[in-house]
Design a protein around this ligand. Structure first.
Ligand code: SF4
Length: 344
């Protein structure tokens, strides 16, 4: 048997080359599709794959600095919680944003509910929550969050949401309704809301605060200079205004804000941000964590900040009057939120 003729081989090689190029270009979309198709069974391994990405998406988990390696465990607890969430058509930012703490938090019976759907109307470079045309609001979502928190017997509930710039009220009425449902389901629980900026609509912010959350959290996410690249549809000063308004409108609520480091900021810029948050007492609590590229479509990591630097940020923050600064590589704005707030 001789070699196949060139006229037959070339088209095959071309087709194979095109298929390989397509898969290389779209591998994360394909993985996402698989994730949605086999939500309960495949999410955990995918989270692990995505967490292995490092600057430029090329480094393997083994190349992450030693302080960024986490033991993976507790698959039964994670699967059980995911099954309950799916049953009530609920989303968590833990899954949608591919949080590296998911295993640990789900094992502790903690999760951060992400309401107003699973599609965000903005395109922040750091975030892996799906983006695009927003979904119809699920009118049952507030009540279902109430059912879920009761099933989980939570003492501390964190509720966040995608941006809904397509809705006239930014989704604030739905947000407030969810807070009230949680309060009704678990009157003793403390409630933290982690809100978007509602496009600067302070009436919308007030609507959420009228539902009387114990903690109002709005993340600055990054330093002023990097907003265009990291949060192109947001505005640094506008986010400060949201926090200022919350503090004045409901002074009894603890205010909180967080940022990621490792996106290309300098230490001086982080300190300036902390100073901006403390001016007029806009935030009582700050959270600072390492940015980890959740997928290849997101911004690359510019630097892995060392634990000593996180400690230096904490010390600086405490020295200028924060009630608490939770600063460390795996800190996320909702990580151990019950402990950080000091309310439980
Ligand atoms: S840190 Fe927050 S977002 Fe991450 S898994 Fe824990 S509760 Fe979810």
């Amino acid at each position: 048997m001789g070699w196949p003729s060139t006229s037959r081989t070339v088209p095959w090689m071309l087709a194979l080359f095109c298929a390989a190029a397509f898969i290389e270009q779209h591998i994360y979309i394909i993985l996402d599709l698989a994730r949605y198709c086999y939500a309960g069974r495949l999410i955990l391994p995918l989270v692990q794959i995505e967490n292995a990405a490092a600057p430029g998406g090329r480094a393997s988990r083994g190349r992450l600095p030693h302080w960024l390696r986490k033991p993976e465990a507790h698959p039964e607890a994670v699967t059980a919680l995911k099954r309950s969430l799916r049953g009530l058509h609920l989303h968590t930012v833990c899954e949608s944003a591919r949080c590296p703490n998911l295993n640990e938090c789900f094992h502790r019976g903690q999760a951060t509910f992400m309401i107003l759907g699973n599609i965000c109307t903005r395109g922040c470079g750091f975030c892996s929550v799906p983006k695009g045309v927003a979904e119809h609001l699920d009118a049952n979502e507030p009540a279902n969050v109430g059912l879920m928190v009761a099933e989980m017997k939570l003492r501390y509930v964190v509720i966040t949401s995608v941006n809904r710039d397509d809705l006239a009220d930014g989704g604030s009425a739905h947000f407030a309704k969810t807070v009230r449902e949680v309060r009704h389901a678990l009157p003793e629980a403390r409630i933290e809301v982690l809100t978007p900026d509602f496009d600067g609509n302070l009436e919308a912010v007030g609507r959420v605060l009228d539902a009387a959350p114990d903690v109002f959290n709005h993340n600055m996410e990054t330093v002023a200079r990097l907003y265009k690249r990291v949060r192109p549809q947001a505005d640094y000063r506008q986010s400060l205004r949201v926090l200022r308004f919350a503090k004045q409108y409901r002074p009894e609520a603890l205010t909180k804000s967080g940022l990621m480091v490792g996106l290309g900021e300098s230490a001086g810029e982080v300190m300036q941000l902390l100073k901006d948050l403390r001016e007029e007492g806009l935030a009582d609590v700050a959270t600072i964590g390492q940015y980890l590229q959740p997928s290849r479509r997101n911004l690359p990591v510019a630097a892995y900040v060392k634990p000593e630097q996180f400690e230096a940020y904490r010390e600086y923050g405490m020295s200028i009057g924060f009630q608490e600064v939770f600063s460390g590589p795996f800190v996320r704005s909702s990580y151990m939120a019950d402990v950080v707030s000091g309310l439980c």
